[in-house]
Design a protein around this ligand. Structure first.
Ligand code: FDA
Length: 411
């Protein structure tokens, strides 16, 4: 691509969800915008999201749906460009969508429609594209001015007044995730909350895995929680050959990671996760009702769980006799295990299996209204690179749209 014009008002690095939204908005305000990405294909994370149908937002988005060192940071951007604004945009492009569960909105046809919509929005703003193009170096100041930035790439260098870093997190490295944005933050002296994989399956230690071997491939509905924390998720748990997965686990994994990061500090100990395996039942009353009967716990549980799960889970604990033959101690242990099954994960399955990155550019260093660095005028960070991590369910894209949009109004 030949680039006659090397000077821009705005350069956005990263043509993902947040970068495209930001570039489109800035362009539509009349700013001359260049969008740079090192990948040959844009919006790859959008394309594969939601099983190819992109869970592009959630009907119910609240600040409580996000993890961040500063839980209030998201308020301004989410209020200024909300899920309703994004839904209106989707509707304006005639993209058919549906609600799957828990407010999660998906395209009826394909995630590609969202990419096409963002590209069309960029075209409306006459955004120029440079991709695939590798950014080698960023320097403060321009050729003829002290303010602004120079962006040196493998094919020439460009200057701008405002520079937006939208290079995303570290999840799924095979899709071109890089730590580039964190390095830029460090270069300009912005603090970074250590990145960690989140919305990620949890690994179990070998002895626990052996005990749960017979359960691999089975799933039940649970409530997952980190002890002592408010967040609770009523979703599906899947036992795998490597540990725990399913939405209930992906959701709680972000909190577990967060807590473990905090627990690196002196005086804190690593915490387990806790699962309520019968969230719809008054378990103490139910056990009392059946405790003098001939049925085994597995038979009773099979009314609520898949039969194999009921058999293997009870067998692993040696609870195979009719309930009447179990003493008070066993009944108390059953109650505890059913309502507060406590497991200590060995770790996560890492960025290769994670959906997002926890941590990132510390929000204390950014304006919540514009995403601009407080210390470096003209430098912005948007999307997942920021220390804001949403729940599973369309929240991470909404953060990308909202943060990209507000920066797009300010650059
Ligand atoms: P994003 O990752 O989208 O874009 C970053 C861009 O920067 C990429 O185009 C990349 O090529 C580019 N880049 C990186 N390094 C660069 C460099 N050094 N130089 C130039 N360019 C560079 N969320 C949700 O809300 N609903 C969902 O359904 C899903 N589903 C889902 C599935 C899977 C498998 C994953 C991995 C993730 C999701 N997510 C999701 C999360 C969601 O995809 C994610 O939060 C957003 O894409 C983040 O948007 P960003 O624009 O910040 O980064």
């Amino acid at each position: 691509m030949s680039m006659a014009q090397a000077e821009f008002d705005v350069i956005v690095i990263g043509a993902g969800a947040a970068g495209m939204m930001c570039a489109a908005q800035a362009g539509q305000r009349g700013r001359r915008v260049l969008l740079i990405d090192h990948a040959a294909k844009i919006g790859e994370r959008i394309r594969i999201s939601g099983g190819g149908r992109c869970n592009f937002t959630n009907r119910d988005v609240r600040p409580e749906n996000f993890l961040s060192r500063n839980p209030h940071f998201v308020r301004s951007a989410l209020a200024r460009f909300s899920q309703h604004d994004f839904i209106k945009l989707v509707a304006r492009y005639g993209i058919a969508y549906h609600e799957k569960t828990l407010g999660q909105l998906f395209c009826d046809d394909s995630a590609k429609q969202i990419i096409d919509m963002l590209r069309a929005e960029c075209d409306l703003g006459q955004v120029r594209w440079a991709q695939p193009r590798a950014v080698q170096r960023i320097a403060e100041g321009r050729d003829q001015a002290e303010s602004g930035f120079s962006v040196h790439t493998d094919q020439g260098h460009f200057t701008c007044q405002s520079l937006v870093i939208a290079t995303g997190g570290l999840a799924i490295p095979q899709l071109g995730a890089t730590p580039f944005g964190y390095r830029i933050a460090e270069q300009f002296g912005l603090p970074v909350v250590p990145p960690q994989p989140a919305l990620v399956p949890l690994a179990l230690p070998p002895d626990t895995l052996t005990a749960l071997q017979g359960l691999a491939g089975t799933a039940i509905d649970v409530v997952s929680q980190c002890p002592g924390q408010k967040a609770r998720f009523r979703e599906s748990l899947l036992i795998t050959h490597r540990g725990l997965s399913g939405p209930a686990i992906l959701q709680i994994s972000s909190y577990w990671q967060n807590q473990n990061y905090e627990s690196e500090r002196p005086g804190h100990r690593k915490q387990p996760i806790r699962l309520d395996l019968l969230p719809d039942l008054d378990v103490p009353a139910w056990l009392q009702e059946h405790r003098h009967g001939k049925a085994t716990l597995a038979t009773l549980l099979a009314s609520y769980w898949p039969k194999r799960f009921a058999q293997e889970w009870t067998a692993a604990r040696g609870w195979t006799k009719p309930l009447a033959e179990h003493g008070n101690k066993d009944i108390a242990a059953m109650q505890q295990a059913l309502t507060e099954w406590t497991l200590m994960p060995a770790g996560t399955l890492g960025y290769a299996k994670a959906e997002v990155t926890l941590g990132g550019v510390d929000t204390a260093a950014l304006s919540s209204k514009t995403m601009e660095s407080k210390a470096v005028s003209g430098l912005y960070f948007v999307g997942e690179i920021v220390d804001v991590t949403g729940w599973l369910g369309g929240y991470n894209f909404q953060w990308a749209w909202s943060s990209g949009w507000v920066a797009g109004q300010a650059v």
